[in-house]
Structures are given as structure tokens and as C-alpha cells.
Design a protein around this ligand. Structure first.
Ligand code: CMC
Length: 436
């Protein structure tokens, strides 16, 4: 088991330097670090002494921390969780095994897994007060709005697990969050349709239990279809972590203030909600519905390319992947399997998606800019086939990403370089002036 990032600092070698010459002729030397994989990074902290800052809007060339959780090679289209390729994890593991791996650094033994599973399932239920708290929301509330509030409020119900300096407390709060997210998400859905909340079934697997809480009613027995359970398990694994993305960076920045984990994860959910990030799967479905027919694709693509509408092809492009998104490959196959199983191969939206993908992949605009389908291009179609309402898509992403958030948050608390995150700026405002 990986105990702390501190020990992994031995893997960081630094035998090279970069030199910067300032306009006044002064030079500054920066140590360069090599990690276990990926490009070298330049440690720019010596700039502090010269009272200079780097400028990198959107952090396109900035490594904000050291990490041992996830590795992405955007040129190769490679994604590794703790060294294991995403394709293998999606094929051979359950989501909870992947959760254990992400948090602890190694795949669990059978005994370790049973202990972990027992800890998660023991905490799937939320208190009745929490359920009552839900009733204050408008029934038309977006599930992500409800989740931001309810997950933040978990701190009010779990005071004893907010000591961020204790590794046991961090481990416990991480398990609570992983366990309760599906329950909170399903409750937000049930509340929106006016149905009674369904209690978690702890004998069911993680994905199966979520489908149960979403679709069962107290009136009749319900057991989710195993093929659909498998597909959801994959969606959870594929979305479990993705290195220092916007929501994980949000969690880390919040965590850097020593804020409690429930508040940090609530901040992560808020960041994930945006359509450029986790909200993309919902936006893809809206876009496909709007296109409506394969005949309208060409005109739609031309509109995007003209830039006049300011719109983007949702589910396309990625800040890091410039070849292909390996998660999209797995999701595309899952999409075929699910639609075949449900005899929905002729599904109109899926046909539009396939045609749109084909046209975009051959179009010079998308080729030149290295824009490929990302995981969310297909995940929305699978979720729709599973009968999940569109407004729940990003909530499902949040359920999956919780383990990534808490793994990074835990890691940052073991980092010898831990300190509050505090970026600077290039000030363009008014010079000092006096009030008249
Ligand atoms: N459709 C059309 N043009 C695009 C798209 C797109 N989806 N994405 C990027 N571009 C163009 C952009 O207009 C720019 O063109 P130009 O150089 O002519 O100005 C060029 O490609 C580079 O774009 P960028 O904004 O610098 O790229 P970025 O790395 O900042 O943005 C992105 C990455 C994912 C936010 C963006 O590709 C996007 O908005 N995609 C659609 C939303 C989406 O699918 N997001 C899900 C990401 S995967 C799930 C997750 O990890 O959250």
C-alpha cells in the first residue's frame, strides 16, 4: 500500500537545470525534475527571489503538484490509474476494486477488498435528517444543484470525520463520500419525480445498487439487468479519475486551505457541473436531439466551424488528448453492446452520433485542431439507453469522480510540499489614484 507521497519523492530525479536570462542580464537557474513517466518539469520557485511570476492562463503549461495517482499521455492516448491501463481496468475490475486501487495505490487482495467493500456498504444510507433536508428543494431543481448543497452539508452530520490531519479520519471521510454519493444522487432524482426514496441494498454491487435506488419502487420487486449493470460499472471506472482536471484541481485548491473533505468535494461537484467539463455528456445529448436527423449534420458542422454561433461540437476535443481519448474507445464498444442488448441498434440518436463522428473526423477543421470524440460523446447515449434522465448524467459523473477527488485530496495531505494554493496575476487595472 502506498503510504504517502513523501516516500515517492525518491522517484523524482533532478540532475538537469534550465537557465533564464532576464532583460538586465541576470540569470536564474531552475532545477528540472524527471518523474517516473512523462515530460520533465521545470521548478520555477527560484523566481520568487526575483519578484517575478510566470503567466499561464488556463494552466496549459503548468504542473500544479506532484502526484502518483493517474498518468495521461495525451499524444499516445494513454490513461493509467496507478500504472494500470484504463482498458484493462474497465474490462477486468469492478468499480469498487478500482476505487480501492486509486485511493491505496495497489489492487486489493481478496481479504482487503472484503474489508473495503464492507466499509463502503456500511455507510451507503444517509440519516433521516438528511432526507428531510432534501425536502427543502424545489422539485424542478437540477440534481447537481442538490448534490452541491447536500454533499457540503455532510460535514454537518459527520463532524467526527473532519480532522484532515489524521490519516484515519481522511480514510473514513473518503469512504463515507464514495458510499453516500450514489444514495444522494438517486434521492435527488426520486425527489424530482415525487417518488419515495429507496434505501440502498447493501447486498448489491455498487452500480447495481445505484440502478436499484434510481428505478425500484416500494410496490414491486426490481433487479437491474446485469448487462446494464456492467455498462454502468464501466462508465464509473472510466470517469473515476483524470489527473489534475478542473474539478480535481478545485478539490485540491480547496483542500490546500485545510477545508474539510465534504466542503472540498462539494466544490469539486460545482466545478464538474460546467458544460466544458462534466456537463458535456448532458450537452451532447441536447446537441444530438437538436440536430434531430442525419440530414442536418452537415449544416450543423458548418455552423460550428463558422464560429458565428460561438458553439462547440460537444463531446469533441480535450485539453490533454491530442490523438484519441482511450476512454472514448471503451465507451464506444460499450455503447454498441448496450444498444444491441436492448435491440436499439437503430436508435436515431446513436445513428446521428455515428454519422457526426464520421464527418467530423474527416473534416479539415477538426483534423487540424486534433479534435477527437471524448468519453462523453458516447457516455450520454449509453446513459440514455439505461433510462437515466439527461439531468442525471453529470450527477453520475460526480458519483464516479468522487474517488478520484478524495484520492488526490488524501495524497495532497501527505505531500511534503503541501501549502495553501495561492496563484498571482498580471494586474491590468487602474494605477493608484485618489478619491476626489
Ligand atoms: N468544437 C469545435 N471547436 C473546438 C472544440 C469543439 N468541441 N474544442 C476546441 N475547439 C477549437 C477551438 O475553437 C480552438 O480553435 P481556434 O484555434 O481556431 O481558436 C481550438 O479548437 C483549440 O481550442 P481550445 O479552447 O484552446 O482547447 P482547450 O484545450 O482549451 O479546450 C475543451 C478543451 C474540452 C474544453 C474543448 O475541446 C471543448 O470545449 N470541448 C467540448 C466540451 C467537451 O466535450 N468537454 C468534455 C471534455 S472530456 C470530459 C472531461 O474530462 O470533463
Amino acid at each position: 500500500m502506498i503510504a504517502s507521497l513523501k516516500k515517492l519523492y525518491d522517484n523524482r530525479t533532478s540532475d538537469k537545470f534550465a537557465t533564464l536570462t532576464l532583460p538586465n542580464g541576470e540569470t536564474i537557474q531552475f532545477p528540472m525534475y524527471s518523474g517516473s513517466l512523462g515530460p520533465d518539469v521545470i521548478d520555477i520557485s527560484p523566481l520568487k527571489k526575483a519578484d517575478l511570476f510566470t503567466y499561464d492562463p488556463g494552466f496549459v503549461a503548468t504542473a500544479s503538484c506532484s502526484s502518483a495517482v493517474t498518468y495521461i499521455d495525451g499524444n499516445k492516448g494513454e490513461l493509467l490509474y496507478r500504472g494500470y491501463p484504463i482498458e484493462q481496468l474497465a474490462e477486468k475490475t469492478t468499480f469498487l476494486q478500482t476505487c480501492y486501487l486509486l485511493y491505496n495505490g495497489e489492487m486489493p487482495t481478496e481479504a482487503e477488498f472484503q474489508t473495503y467493500r464492507a466499509e463502503i456498504t456500511r455507510h451507503t444510507m444517509v440519516t433521516q435528517r438528511m432526507a428531510d433536508f432534501m425536502k427543502g428543494f424545489d422539485s424542478a431543481a437540477h440534481p447537481m444543484a442538490v448534490m452541491i448543497a447536500v454533499v457540503g452539508a455532510l460535514a454537518a452530520f459527520n463532524h467526527e470525520w473532519t480532522n484532515v490531519k489524521s490519516s484515519r479520519s481522511r480514510q473514513k471521510s473518503a469512504a463515507l463520500l464514495v458510499a453516500k454519493m450514489p444514495t444522494i444522487a438517486a434521492m435527488s432524482y426520486k425527489y424530482s419525480i415525487g417518488h419515495p426514496f429507496m434505501y440502498p441494498q447493501n447486498s448489491y454491487g455498487f452500480a447495481e445498487n445505484f440502478l436499484y435506488m434510481m428505478f425500484a419502487t416500494p410496490c414491486e420487486p426490481y433487479r437491474p439487468d446485469p448487462i446494464l449493470v456492467k455498462a454502468l460499472n464501466r462508465i464509473f471506472i472510466l470517469h473515476a479519475d483524470h489527473e489534475q482536471n478542473a474539478s480535481t484541481s478545485t478539490v485540491r485548491l480547496s483542500g490546500s486551505t485545510n477545508a474539510n473533505p465534504f466542503a472540498c468535494v462539494s466544490a469539486g461537484i460545482a466545478s464538474l457541473w460546467g458544460p466544458a467539463h462534466g456537463g458535456a455528456n448532458e450537452a451532447v445529448l441536447k446537441m444530438l436531439n437538436e440536430i434531430g436527423s442525419p440530414d442536418n449534420i452537415t449544416a450543423f458542422i458548418e455552423e460550428i466551424k463558422s464560429g458565428k454561433s460561438g458553439r462547440r461540437l460537444m463531446g469533441f476535443g480535450h485539453r490533454v488528448y491530442k490523438n484519441f481519448d482511450p476512454r472514448a474507445h471503451v465507451m464506444r464498444n460499450t455503447c454498441h453492446q448496450v444498444l444491441e442488448h436492448l435491440k436499439l441498434e437503430d436508435d436515431e440518436l446513436f445513428r446521428i452520433a455515428l454519422e457526426l463522428e464520421k464527418i467530423a473526423l474527416e473534416d479539415e477543421y477538426f483534423v487540424e485542431r486534433k479534435l477527437y470524440p471524448n468519453v462523453d460523446f458516447y457516455s450520454g447515449i449509453v446513459l440514455r439507453a439505461l433510462n437515466i434522465p439527461t439531468t442525471m448524467f453529470t450527477a453520475i459523473f460526480a458519483i464516479a469522480r468522487t474517488i478520484g477527488w478524495v484520492s488526490h485530496w488524501n495524497e495532497q495531505h501527505t505531500d511534503p510540499e503541501f501549502r495553501i494554493g495561492r496563484p498571482r496575476q498580471l494586474y491590468l487595472g487602474s494605477k493608484k489614484r485618489d478619491l476626489k
